[in-house]
Design a protein around this ligand. Sequence first.
Ligand code: UDP
Ligand code: MG
Length: 315
Amino acid sequence: MTDLSVVLPAHNEAANIAPMCAALERILAPLGSYEVVFVDDGSSDGTLAAIRAAAASAQVRYVAFTRNFGHQAALRAGLRHARGRAVIVMDADFEHPPELIPDLVTAWRAGAKVVTTRRDDDEANVSGMKRLSSRLYYRLLDQIGDVRIEPGSADFMLLDRAAVDVVNGFEDQDIFLRGLVRWLGFPRATLPYSRGQRQHGDSKYSLRRMIELAVTGIAAHSVRPLRFAIWLALGFAALGLAFVVYSVVSFLFVQHTVAGWTSIMAAIAILGAAQLLVLGIIGEYVGRILRETRRRPSYIVAETEEDARGARQAP
Ligand code: UDP
Ligand code: MG
């Protein structure tokens, strides 16, 4: 059995593939037997060609999707494809420094089943916006969810085979890997690192995708937003009661009660907004329930290294 697998989701990372392979080979070779598993997530820039070329080396394997299914789906496919006793998950763009791998492996050999990492957020190369939003988000998730994720956490981690098998057995469509591995409860170690520079290409996480991931994280780890509707309703019931008391008192004791047009409009507007908000929250969860009940696969595989190797051997 292979000792170490490194799983790298790649979406339009053509120029990063070869340098990443070289860096990984240099770092992994002294650590034992290894394999590198790329997941091509529907790239359109020749990433798959670069991966196919890299797979000429017996240590490099891959899964290619039929289209873009997203980072979390790619992580899933990579975890299923990996065969190592320990699986390291990282980005293909050098922002997760491969130099940290020996430390991850040391922590694993010392007994941790899950080794997570924490980005050193004092770094100048993490934008202030990203730092702040990540910190606020993880604090919120800690308050309302069933996992505690340290600020600066990303999908850069090592998982023991035991943890990988458990994750592979999950049937959830939408996973939030960094939350899931903490929820498992296996003995865990955390290592700090400072983020490397993206070597080629741009970030694929637009604001929309970051929000999508954030909502997935909350929906995967909390139903508290649904309960928020009850608190909101209670709050407005109390306000309404106060308003009734006020209008009765002014009807009885104040002579010139004018029909309260303003207050009625205000009440309608506030209640309408509150109802829409709550409907939106419910809709978000209902939509996810629908998606889960369909039990569609979260990705479709177009080819793997086996196909490429088979084709090469055929006459
Ligand atoms: N990625 C992916 N599918 C996507 C978007 C991103 O597989 O739809 C990969 C990407 O190639 C990279 C990793 O996920 O290896 C992290 O993405 P990115 O670097 O764009 O995100 P950021 O580091 O800016 O948060
Ligand atoms: Mg990146």
